[in-house]
Design a protein around this ligand. Sequence first.
Ligand SMILES: Cc1cc2nc3c(=O)[nH]c(=O)nc-3n(C[C@H](O)[C@H](O)[C@H](O)COP(=O)(O)OP(=O)(O)OC[C@H]3O[C@@H](n4cnc5c(N)ncnc54)[C@H](O)[C@@H]3O)c2cc1C
Length: 424
Amino acid sequence: MKSVDLVVIGAGPAGLMCAWKAASLSRSRVLVLEKNSKPGKKLLVAGSGRCNLTNSAPLETFFRSYGDSGRFVRPCLQNFPPSDLREFFESRGLPLEKLNGGKMFPRSGKSSDVLRVLLSACSAENAEIALSERVVSIVRAPGGFIVSTDKAEYGASCVAITTGGSSWPVTGSTGDGFALAAALGHSIVPPRPALAPVFPARYDCASCAGYALEGVHASLWKNGRKAGERRGDALFTHDGLSGPLILDFSRDFAPGDEIRLDLGSLSAHDRPQGESGPRCMDSLLADLCARFPKRTFANAVSSGLALSEALVKVVFSRAGADPSRTGAVLSKAERKAIASVLAEFSFTIERIGDFSVAMATAGGVDVSEANPKTMESRIVPGLHFAGEVLDVDGDTGGFNLQFAFSSGVLAAESAARILASATS
Ligand SMILES: Cc1cc2nc3c(=O)[nH]c(=O)nc-3n(C[C@H](O)[C@H](O)[C@H](O)COP(=O)(O)OP(=O)(O)OC[C@H]3O[C@@H](n4cnc5c(N)ncnc54)[C@H](O)[C@@H]3O)c2cc1C
């Protein structure tokens, strides 16, 4: 049986960063076990192959971007903040650039360059990567662990589980880490899709597919009660809703919930903040009627509210109004009906995209059982976690990869300390 100091399970961004850092700190023998025949499969598809690896937002924004796990991620992001990540890549010849929303990408526009830098950093520190080796069990043993794959057994003083979540299973993230952690006594918060599109019941916006609402206000309603609100960019697809607003919000969604989009709230409109709702929309429409009495009212609404004609058609159909009538002949009741559809353009969620389309996994190893300052298990000394295997999921915009990298570094630093104290 081969023995090493640290076994890292999974060659994704968290695992590779962890392997590089541990090897560079302790000069210890680090072995990464990856079940795929190639490392970093999910990293390669991140950001549509361009890899949005972090964000230029201040740390406070980061802390707010991980839902309920905001407190847990603090020490790890403070220890290895986005500025250190940028320095890591730029000092290795991969300049980054900032695009819309503070999203940071490699200037080359290629995820493969991000992976190349990680692999060469590992290789420079002699961290070994064994491919096509699927870890099937981790057992505690005197002085550490025995890690078994489908091919061999390895002895290790420390182990880091960096197997990712369950989303996009074709990339290798099939939830193995949850079973491995559970077998060692860890609680697993039931995994569910996050950053997923939603599919409403009786979807009537297929004609709007590809159309994006920029900076729209959305509210979430559960059993008739408001359960949250957000603003961002939403996208109509052939069969549902997507775009950053919907993806980020999706961790709070459940079938049967209602999403209401305020179509009068787009960032393109220069209405004072706080002015919304059917009544306010009605006075806006009355104004449009007066300004454009001879245009069809659908046309006036489309240009007055900067909405596509296809979407306005759906609005009129929901309101039971005739889109070919002019503002001059529109009845007050019709106008009010149109106003209320516009202010509360509502969808009832039938289902949320499953793991095959979700970009992240909510749930995973319960963070109350990991030390946020070390990423070490509070149950099994020497066992560490990093990345999406933990119950941490961030918004779109580079927050998930930053957490994978930062938690990988923190786990490595802790493992290196343990290894150093064992030899001293
Ligand atoms: C389409 C898509 C686009 C995305 N775009 C972005 C983006 O632009 N920005 C962003 O911040 N986030 C993005 N994400 C999310 C981001 O990619 C993940 O959060 C991140 O990859 C998680 O890193 P990880 O190292 O924890 O896990 P993963 O990247 O999932 O890596 C885990 C690795 O462990 C291996 N593994 C699993 N089980 C075993 C086992 N039993 N034995 C050995 N190896 C095993 C897997 O094969 C895999 O290689 C995207 C996700 C998807 C699906």
